[in-house]
Ligand binder design. Structure first.
Ligand SMILES: [Zn+2]
Ligand SMILES: [Zn+2]
Length: 372
């Protein structure tokens, strides 16, 4: 056993507060824990620190030590040589700092519920109010959530004597710890159902259909979710309710493809139109009127045209993405005899030059392929 002054061991003053004792121990234990410190005297030092902490952190022992010195606490010395019970530093602090605290936990809380909600791209574009219908546990109205038959009182829990807590004294290396746990029998309430409510069989909750109106914000995307506080399962006997999570699913649109906040519209273009230029009505989402667009002669395959602010609204913002029009020049696989004749005449005059393709027309350039 150490003959040193325990205050000196913990590097604190005689009048240091309980908080200082804890703080200093924490710091020194970190420094000398044998898992961390490989110096020869680390283990010895760690035992000293632990012993000092064991005495000085306990008001009664600290008093005895102050009055009678080391002899007053000699009976409290434990065997500090075995560290195998402790995994790492985390465990050791758990043992010290949480072992004696109240771990009462309420397991009466209701669980969360997740549901899927399908909306259209149009609805996401405009924002929409939706009614969702789902099943959840709600408070039993007959017994007002208590589980006990109307007009009778809940009984005292025999397991915990009505305190809701089970106390267990645990011997650990550094002394005794009182572990306070929530009573399983009454789930920490101290009271139990003695005469179950007929409506809910004593659970205080009932599976029921719930209808809830949900405001879906503009611009929401597939995979995003909306949380509705306390609309999950009700807790048992007054426990807080869980939350409702609505997972949005927006199926593919037949006209537009959404990329981030932009909408893509693939415009099929015939060869004559591409050559001669043309006018085309481009559909807009949620608008009766189309957007008339003029294309100059020489439209290229995959050429991109942008219609500003006609895409999707940005979530929680007043701005919009763009509508992106991509020209897709359709080359027919089959043509009539007559068309063949006409095209053949063209072949005589409409030729491509075999010299280097300009960069703006290069397929490699468009695809971003580089053979460096
Ligand atoms: Zn009931
Ligand atoms: Zn109990």
């Amino acid at each position: 056993m150490t003959q040193k002054d325990l205050y000196a061991v913990l590097e604190i003053e005689k009048n240091s507060s309980a908080e200082d004792v804890k703080k200093s121990f924490r710091r020194l234990a970190m420094q000398y824990h044998p898992d961390k410190n490989k110096e020869d005297n680390a283990e010895e030092k760690f035992k000293e620190i632990s012993f000092a902490y064991n005495i000085l952190s306990d008001p009664e022992k600290r008093n005895r030590y102050d009055s009678f010195g080391i002899d007053g606490v000699s009976g409290d010395q434990a065997n500090y040589s075995d560290f195998s019970n402790f995994g790492g530093l985390g465990d050791i602090f758990d043992a010290f700092f949480q072992g004696a605290t109240n771990q009462k936990q309420s397991n009466l809380q209701g669980t969360d519920i997740s549901i899927e909600l399908k909306i259209s791209l149009e609805e996401s574009h405009n924002g929409v109010k939706k009614q969702v219908l789902y099943e959840r546990n709600t408070s039993c109205k007959t017994c007002k959530n208590s589980g006990q038959k109307e007009g009778t009182d809940l009984g005292k829990c025999n397991e915990c004597g009505g305190s809701g807590e089970i106390r267990r004294v645990e011997r650990q290396l550094f002394g005794q710890f009182v572990n306070v746990m929530s009573c399983n029998m009454c789930t920490g309430q101290g009271k139990v159902v003695t005469d179950p409510c007929d409506e809910c069989s004593g659970f205080g909750i009932k599976l029921d259909q719930t209808e809830k109106s949900i405001d879906i914000p503009k611009g929401i995307r597939t995979g995003q979710k909306i949380r509705v506080n306390s609309f999950g399962n009700s807790g048992i006997r007054g426990g807080t309710a869980g939350d409702l999570y609505i997972h949005l699913n927006i199926p593919e649109h037949e006209t537009f493809k959404r990329v981030e906040d932009n909408l893509i519209y693939e415009l099929p273009v015939s060869i004559p139109n591409a050559l001669l230029g043309f006018e085309e009505d481009i559909p807009l989402i949620n608008q009766e009127k189309n957007h008339m667009m003029k294309f100059k002669p020489g439209v290229q395959h995959t050429e991109v045209f942008r219609i500003k602010n006609k895409g999707m609204p940005k979530l929680n913002s007043s701005s919009y993405g763009d509508l992106i029009v991509i020209a897709n020049i359709i080359i027919p696989k089959k043509i009539s005899k007559e068309e063949k004749k006409l095209i053949d005449t063209l072949r005589q005059t409409l030729k491509v030059e075999s010299k280097k393709i300009p960069e703006e027309l290069s397929v490699l350039h468009k695809l971003g392929i580089n053979f460096d």
